[in-house]
Write a protein that binds this ligand. Structure first.
Ligand SMILES: C[S@@+](CC[C@H](N)C(=O)[O-])C[C@H]1O[C@@H](n2cnc3c(N)ncnc32)[C@H](O)[C@@H]1O
Length: 254
């Protein structure tokens, strides 16, 4: 998982849409910013230059292993001094109320069983007038070229329903922020687009194939035939994958 997060983080189209979302929030110099579900720290390393030397970046994650990796990567990137990383559950944050200028969760909400509890916690630790920002994919709107459309739908939908608490999380984010009592809700829709089968996309599709087999959606032979279909399209210059990302931001009422 750590390798997958870092590979996604390095993919240029992913970097662009992640940074576009941070500008949309926006994150400003000198601010105290919390990221819930920071994983290996891809977003944390983007946040450090945005808040600058007077700012503070705090990351929490429920996985001790991913946080260890994040600590190492932040140290290697020379950003460790202005970063604090803690093991914590987004549903019960170990911070006083009103402590942060902004609280963010990027590709996390779709994994959590009760997203409203997490967003309410993020709002609690954000100061009045501060921002709560959430960004997720929406796996109801993945478009990918393949000669066997029905098989592709079966694999993509079947696996997403098994591995995400809410595969359509992206489109539900504005309503979630409103339900958590936030004001001035804004939505930024962005698209990850790949026409060359980037390493991260390739691994993403391979993992979908592996998981489709392990969940009994297709046989190993069918999964291999499905993956070979993409290879043939790339060779003909006809591969396209798009995946929608929705970023929603709300302000905590004063
Ligand atoms: C897909 S990763 C995203 C990591 C990072 N935000 C990024 O974009 O690279 C989701 C992360 O959320 C964490 N996570 C899931 N549920 C959580 C929860 N309830 N509290 C804290 N972290 C959680 C997982 O451990 C994982 O590291």
């Amino acid at each position: 998982m750590a390798a997958g997060l870092e590979s996604r983080g390095r993919t240029p189209a992913q970097t662009r849409l992640r940074r576009r979302f941070l500008r949309f929030v926006p994150v400003r110099t000198g601010e105290r910013v919390l990221e819930v579900g920071c994983g290996t720290g891809v977003v944390i390393r983007d946040l450090v230059p945005l808040v600058g030397p007077r700012g503070e970046v705090v990351g929490v994650d429920s996985s001790r292993l991913l946080l260890e990796r994040a600590r190492r990567l932040c140290r290697d990137a020379g950003t460790r001094a202005r970063v604090a990383l803690r093991v914590a559950d987004g549903a019960s944050l170990p911070f006083a109320a009103d402590r942060f200028d902004a609280a963010l969760a990027i590709t996390v909400i779709l994994h959590v069983a009760d997203p409203l509890v997490v967003v309410r916690e993020m709002a609690r630790v954000t100061r009045p007038g501060g921002r709560v920002g959430v960004q997720d994919q929406d796996f109801g709107v993945v478009a990918v070229t393949h000669p066997d459309r029905d098989l592709t739908d079966r694999v993509m939908r079947g696996v997403a329903e098994h591995i995400y608490a809410e595969p359509h999380s992206g489109r539900r984010l504005p309503g979630l922020l409103r339900a958590a009592g936030l004001d001035d809700i804004r939505l930024l829709t962005d698209v990850y687009q790949d026409t060359t089968l980037e390493p991260w996309t390739k691994r993403f599709l391979e993992r979908r194939g592996e998981r489709a087999v392990s969940f009994g959606i297709v046989t190993a032979a069918t999964a291999q035939r499905w993956l070979d279909g993409f290879t043939a399209l790339v060779a003909r210059g006809a591969f396209v994958l798009t995946l929608n990302y929705y970023g929603a931001v709300g302000t905590k009422p004063s």
